[in-house]
Write a protein of this length. Sequence first.
Length: 336
Amino acid sequence: MATNKNIKRSSEAGMTMEDLAALAGVSTITVSRALRNSPLVTEKTRDKVRRIAEEQGYRLNISARNLRMGRSNSVAVVVEMTPIKGRPMSDPYPLALLGGITEELTSAGYTVVLTSRQLLDSAPVRGADGMILLGQGSHGEAVKVLQKVGLPLIVWGAPEASDSYVVVGSDNHAGGASAAARFIEQRRRKLVFLGDVDHAEVQSRCAGFIEAMRGHGIVHIVRPKAFTFEAGFDSMTALLKKKGEHAVDGVFAASDLLAMGAIRALAEHGLRVPDEVSVIGYDDTPGAASFVPPLTSVHQDLRDGGVLLGRKMLALLNDEPVASETLPTRLIVRQT
């Protein structure tokens, strides 16, 4: 323990983190973590370090520390989706992912910089230590763009064989298969998959669905270019006009909003859901349970996915081995 004389000299010269560690009887890294409210330090120790720091007038100089380490202690989170009418940034995707990411990174003392593909040349993004991409984009275009930046990269999406970045995502293939199992149980045989299969996640959902339905029915793929209520309504309306009202008895949509739009179109054509046509969505958003009728949907835990993205980014920045990971999905059966 440092003497009072030593404490006074340190205070006059400028209290260092090493001085604070000596006063608290802990390591320097513990002081750093405690001042950043890291969960790696017990609440008792955090309170002790913070109390001593306040008594000594110590303030953590993050900018100076980062300069010494050659780091900004920031991570750029790039949202691939373009906000459009009917699918704003306030949609559960990507907010649930962002919540998990922010929770994990800020607890470790990192700043989260939220941006889009269009602003990759901005100083905060270029100065980040790593990047997390939410959504691979059509034909993986978003991934290709971010790889050119040259920062450590973790992607939310469908698993891909790559040595240059890590992917975290839900088991979309199993999600599609679970929707098929529900339709088989209901004896639905004239089926529609509603989604843009140019996106890797949607393609995986469609593949799982078609493979599980093989021998149990015919699947017609309809490819709206958006994931909105309006796109679901317009696509289903066009299909019913072209094929007739008896051409479909089951719809599996790549998002809840697409499914809700399809249900509205079915209703306007006099088709009852689920009596005549069963409908299943994807994401299990809060709106799915409150929709009329309540929507059956494939659940993916986006908040846990965000936490995992943040955790893997921290490991990557600490030069620890990091592997891609797939999270489970489950079908939430309601009234459609």
